[in-house]
Design a protein around this ligand. Structure first.
Ligand SMILES: C[S@@+](CC[C@H](N)C(=O)[O-])C[C@H]1O[C@@H](n2cnc3c(N)ncnc32)[C@H](O)[C@@H]1O
Length: 211
């Protein structure tokens, strides 16, 4: 939002914006406050219930990002904050769908946990600074329930993989932003901390255009 990667806030007014993997729809809420017309989409009904509870006057759509229930050229912009793409085995399918529903000249801005983080333990302290896995190992991270069913699956793609996916979906990459840890932020949560944030990037943001 602060980086204005979707464009200056004053130009968001009356824009149709699709938020993918919206979760509790924080981005859509912010977009609506700028005068945009967001649609928040998520696969998880439970996440959308959180969104509903928090509130906001924009549509919530429960659907798979790989099969978007919208006509071609329905949106001016699309965005995703860590949503959908890390959790699908075929990200090109999602990117192609996003391209299809964007109008010519439309922008898709999405963030993922920075791929370099895959090589480090997800710890905020010094133990999170030593490489413990190969950056090139694409084996997904899977959590299972007692019956052995996968309940959480996250797929690793290198930076190069992500760029090739964007090209394969016929989107044009115009920027790759690696935000630096802000000096004011002294918080630690999960694997995030100033110690690690000052040394290795935590997030990669891809800015793409549909020509
Ligand atoms: C890490 S959360 C991010 C949520 C939110 N964007 C945020 O920043 O808090 C990832 C979200 O992607 C959603 N998701 C995963 N796979 C999806 C898919 N195939 N289609 C749509 N949403 C999906 C999940 O349900 C979850 O809400």
């Amino acid at each position: 939002m602060e980086a204005e990667l979707l464009g200056p806030p004053e130009e968001l007014k009356n824009k149709d914006v699709l938020e993918i993997g919206a979760g509790a729809a924080q981005c859509s809420r912010w977009l609506a406050a700028q005068g945009a017309r967001p649609v928040a989409l998520d696969l998880s009904h439970r996440q959308l219930q959180h969104a509903l509870r928090i509130g906001g006057s924009f549509p919530l759509v429960c659907a798979d990002a790989g099969a978007l229930p919208f006509a071609d050229g329905s949106f001016d912009l699309a965005c995703s904050a860590y949503g959908a793409l890390p959790f699908v085995a075929d990200p090109v399918l999602v990117l192609r769908e996003v391209r299809r529903v964007l109008r010519p000249g439309g922008r898709f801005v999405f963030s993922v946990t920075h791929p370099i983080r895959w090589a480090f333990p997800d710890e905020p302290g010094p133990e999170g600074l030593s490489v413990s896995a190969s950056y090139f190992d694409r084996t997904p991270y899977v959590e299972q329930d007692e019956q052995g069913r996968a309940v959480y699956v996250e797929h690793h793609r290198t930076i190069g993989d992500r760029i090739r996916d964007i090209v394969a979906a016929d989107l044009r990459l115009v920027d790759l932003v690696e935000p630096e840890w802000p000096a004011w932020n002294s918080a630690e949560w999960g694997g995030w901390s100033p110690l690690r944030g000052n040394l290795i990037p935590g997030t990669a943001i891809f800015v793409c255009v549909r020509d």
